[in-house]
Design a protein around this ligand. Structure first.
Ligand code: ADP
Ligand code: MG
Ligand code: ZN
Length: 706
């Protein structure tokens, strides 16, 4: 049976081998045992029930909490040739009956259902007409009130299992489950001779970094600039912060969306989809964003603010790198954020012991911000693993720091705190050190202090940043609720006495994210993937994962059978997309040879401007698409996409230089007539000489109302 499972893995998914844990779980299921599998996010839980579903007689019901994901999950299965469908509240009664009938006729091997469905007796009777081989429960921690994400509707699963004509095999999957939660899952589902497999909580492809004492906005700018074309999420604490950061990044020309509970449902849906479909690469969001996304190619997650506990942090940060590709999780740590959480815990309605528990969890999160131990290990140990090793990737393991002696600055700050009788907050202390002439200072006669103006050469921001670093490193402490004051700590006293040196660790300047393999080809293939995805109305990663594109661009295969060796290309995808990708690779190699070498060395002095804006500016200055392509060492296609993107962002574009004006009306007529959103049917309906550029351009121009 396992051999069969392995050959299905290659045939449908294009993967050569199971991951640790997958094989055990699948084997256990195929032996007919109820099975619980705990694997980290991105560990590959879906395959653990999908492959058995193919091998079992009858249909597998997949219970999944996220209606918004079902369609994507089913699309992804259909993409690789696995017959699946979903049943949820977005369907009419007739559609549901139709799908059940289809399952009865053997048209589907998997049906995804929302847990609420199982509360309906009528639905259960429909199911009885089917041969249900297995019920697979995804995100099984939702069953337990001890979990972090309890869903009352999950409580309908156990009674439903009992009510079915014959009890199907049960499997349950989750990424985060403490022993308590597992016990709860087991007993609620009354699992028969269950097998529990756990591969632990570690995520080997994630590198964690804690950044202390940097200006957050500058850090974010520098970070995303070094990672053009990468998709990432930036979590901020409040709607206001999200709005501000979003606006800031937008004015800098970045492709960025936002998401928080203050937006209406349509706005949120649009933002989420644009992100899913790679229309916007960056998402600035509150923690309201994420439950409904399963995007596999998120390359980084930045936490602009401190989350309230490690569970929440790991869940949010863990949205990076579900595809197993190296991805980064960065926490911008500032102790003031902890102060805010403390305040909210105190303001909350919870009983006292619950509040104490929340304070302890918060403290673990704060400790994570200060720790010098391996960050990855700190996290998995928090979840109860005892045999974790240092990861060798995180900022503590790699020590990517520069060390600076700031003893003198520290003495100035500490003595000022002392002179101010430890009665003031960071702002006032910075004002005094700066020598500000504001009224409050004069009224309180703080300008008479010997430390007044002691650091006047620095900007006020630099001074307050420095104070915050001293707080983060435990030399100073913030005390008091809403308006905390700065207090000296024993360590700072030692510094004042000249007994201790203060070394300040700053993160070394970020290098350009490593360009593994052939970045330009990767970009071409990404663009092709996006075109196909648009035409098929599915998110790009459903066509191919980033990992697959990475292998394609590294190895640049030339023949169809070479493609099958690429991870993520099974038979079905080979048939559907193989030719298009081979052609793109061949075309790229040809063009690369034609681009003069000197020109290919793109200029370095582009400063802050994102790549597409550089192309736009050259075009605006009168250069043709071809000239820009040659100058920048990219294909004409890429340049065109740059221009369209700039136009979408509101830049004025000289459309007449791009599109064949004489055909514009025809394009629009064809688009209306065919009701087509895909380009291909429009292209086919028009004279041959009408270019794709014209079609794409005309449609965009109309959409933008130009
Ligand atoms: P989970 O539900 O555990 O978070 P998924 O089932 O969504 O994870 O899988 C995460 C990613 O890993 C998907 O892109 C999937 O195709 C990929 N994957 C799963 N199993 C394998 C495997 N054996 N080899 C390579 N990639 C795999
Ligand atoms: Mg999953
Ligand atoms: Zn580490």
């Amino acid at each position: 049976m396992l051999d069969q499972a392995r050959s299905l893995l290659q045939k449908y998914y294009g993967y050569p081998a199971f991951r640790p844990g997958q094989e055990q779980a699948i084997e256990s299921i195929l032996k007919g045992n109820d099975t619980v599998a705990i694997m980290p996010t991105g560990g590959g839980k879906s395959i653990c029930y999908q492959i058995p579903a193919l091998l079992l007689d009858g249909v597998t019901l997949v219970v999944s909490p996220l209606i918004s994901l079902m369609k994507d999950q089913v699309d992804a299965l259909n993409q690789i040739g696995i017959p699946a469908t979903f049943i949820n509240s977005s369907l009419t009664g007739a559609e549901v009956a139709d799908r059940i009938q289809g399952a009865r006729l053997g048209r589907f091997k998997l049906i995804y259902v929302a847990p609420e469905r199982l509360e309906s007796g009528a639905f259960l009777r429909l199911l009885d007409a089917l041969d249900v081989a297995m019920v697979a429960i995804d995100e099984a921690h939702c069953l337990s009130e001890w979990g972090h994400d309890f869903r009352p509707s999950y409580r309908a699963i156990a009674p439903a299992l009992a009510e079915l004509r014959s009890r199907p095999l049960v499997s349950a999957f989750t990424a985060t489950a403490t022993p308590e939660v597992i016990e709860d899952i087991r007993s609620q589902l009354a699992l028969r001779a269950e097998n529990v497999f756990s591969t632990g909580f570690g995520r080997d492809n994630l590198s964690f970094t804690v950044v202390r004492g940097e200006n957050k906005r500058d850090f974010v700018m520098q970070y995303i600039k070094a990672r053009p074309n990468q998709s990432g999420i930036i979590y901020a604490a409040t709607r206001k912060e999200v709005d501000q950061l979003h606006q800031y990044l937008q004015t800098k020309g970045y492709s960025v969306g936002k998401y928080h509970a203050g937006l209406n449902e349509d706005e949120r849906k649009l933002a989420q989809e644009a992100f899913l479909y790679d229309d916007t690469l960056l998402m600035v969001a509150t923690n309201a964003f994420g439950m409904g996304i399963d995007k596999s190619n998120v390359r980084f997650v930045i936490h602009h603010n401190l989350p309230k506990n490690i569970e929440a942090y790991y869940q949010e940060a863990g949205r990076a790198g579900r595809d197993g590709e190296p991805s980064e999780c960065t926490l911008l740590f500032h102790p003031r954020d902890a102060q805010l959480h403390k305040f909210f815990i105190e303001q909350g309605e919870a009983p006292e012991d619950r509040k104490q528990a929340e304070h302890r969890k918060l403290q673990s999160m704060v400790d994570y911000g200060y720790t010098t131990q391996c960050l990855h290990r700190t996290i998995v140990e928090y979840f109860g693993e005892t045999d974790a090793e240092d990861c060798g990737r995180c900022s503590n393991c790699t020590g990517n720091y520069e060390i600076e002696d700031v003893t003198v600055e520290a003495q100035k700050v500490f003595s000022c705190v002392k002179r101010m009788n430890e009665q003031f907050g960071v702002t006032m202390i910075s004002d005094v050190l700066k020598g500000s002439k504001n009224k409050r200072i004069r009224d309180m006669r703080l300008d008479r202090l010997p430390t007044y103006g002691l650091m006047k050469k620095l900007t006020k921001n630099a001074i307050s940043d420095l104070i915050k670093v001293f707080i983060a490193e435990g030399y100073l402490a913030l005390e008091g609720g809403q308006y905390p004051v700065v207090k000296l700590q024993p360590r700072s006293v030692a510094v004042l006495r000249g007994e201790e040196q203060v070394l300040h660790k700053t993160l070394k300047p970020l290098k350009q994210a490593q360009a593994a393999g052939n970045e330009a080809l990767f970009e071409e293939l990404r663009a092709l993937r996006r075109e196909i995805a648009e035409a098929e109305h599915v998110p790009p990663f459903v066509i191919f994962s980033d990992q697959t594109l990475r292998e394609l661009s590294d190895y640049a295969p030339k023949e169809m059978d070479e493609l099958l060796k690429v991870k993520g290309i099974g038979e079905r995808k080979l048939e559907k997309y193989g030719a298009a990708f081979l052609e793109a690779i061949a075309r790229f190699e040809l063009e690369a040879r034609e681009v003069p070498e000197a020109a290919a060395a793109a200029s370095d002095d582009e400063g802050d401007t994102p790549s597409h804006r550089v192309s736009y500016e050259l075009f605006r200055d009168g250069k043709s698409v071809e000239a820009i392509a040659a100058e920048r060492g990219m294909s004409a296609n890429t340049v065109e996409r740059h221009l369209f993107r700039a136009a979408e962002e509101g830049c004025e574009l000289a459309w007449e230089r791009l599109i064949q004006a004489e055909y514009e009306a025809q394009v629009m007529a064809a688009a209306t007539e065919l009701q087509a959103e895909k380009l291909k049917p429009i292209k086919e309906a028009l004279p041959d000489e009408v270019s794709y550029t014209t079609i794409r351009g005309a449609l965009l121009k109309q959409r933008l109302g130009k």
